[in-house]
Design a protein around this ligand. Sequence first.
Ligand code: NAD
Length: 314
Amino acid sequence: MRALVTGGAGFIGSHLIDRLVSRGDTVVVLDNLSSGNLDFIQNHLDSGKVSLVKGDVTNYQDVLSAMKGIECVFHLAANPDIRLGTKITDTDLKQGTIATYNIVEAMRINGVKKIAFASSSVVYGEDAPMPTPENHGPCLPISLYGASKQAGEGLISSWVGTFGLQAWIFRFANIIGTRGTHGVIFDFIHKLKTDPSRLEVLGNGLQEKSYMEVGDCVDGILHVMNNTDQQLNLYNLGSHDTASVKRIAEIVVEETGCEGASIEYTGGDRGWAGDVPRAMLAIDKMLQIGFDVNYNSEDAIRHTARALIEEIGL
Ligand code: NAD
């Protein structure tokens, strides 16, 4: 199959490409390399199985030309920094909502029928029951990033209903693992690299979320797509449990060997305005079609901490 992966030079995208290439797909990557890294996919570019279109998903012409001859789109490109919305209010609108419009419209024009979309647990907002099932509603996100994911879901579902697209929408838990370029573990390692004597933690440390290892995430995407065939398929992808930010800080301190570091909390129930302090996805639907994770949250955190310490270098 010829697949387009937007954001394919990024953290999750590059792992997805490893799987797509190993099953024999030809892959076109559309990426502006704003947070992606070509090193993550260089082996595939060298082998000729993957080609890169350096372009922007906010530019309709870039999207339209990358879409030629594509059978399935994996739409992952987006601003990955939820916190940015507290300072710049149109980034998620452009890189989430408008970009997703560009994708589905270019699919319609080119007759491309299948799309998988990287959405997020944050669409559920903060008043959802935990664990949160896919049919929870209304979804009332509290971050600008979450609003753009919900808008992206709405656009895709409307193109399904109006133009006959087939879609798989995935609401991810917190995805962590090798090649991570952002997120709490990455931040803690960088802070300890700068000052091994103290670790500042945003919030009171009691924020509690579920974490999924990136290999589990991309295996889950492909398993769900291989085993479902509705016009619109909506799946949470997550693990069975949660971990607190306090526990992550302890694990990172331990793994970096900075045992003397004092862990200092800035206070408050969340890291920043728009952060959902407690989140856990119900994963029954994913389990019912025969997919389960290899890592629980804490194992995924330790595995990621070790891998990133090696990648970042202390
Ligand atoms: P990432 O930053 O590593 O990957 C995003 C990729 O998109 C990068 O390669 C970046 O260069 C590219 N990109 C960004 N803006 C672009 C633009 N305007 N045009 C073209 N390319 C652009 O982030 P990730 O963690 O791999 O996230 C991938 C997707 O999964 C995103 O849509 C993200 O919102 C979603 N997601 C991630 C998580 C997580 O925990 N990592 C959780 C839920 C959802």
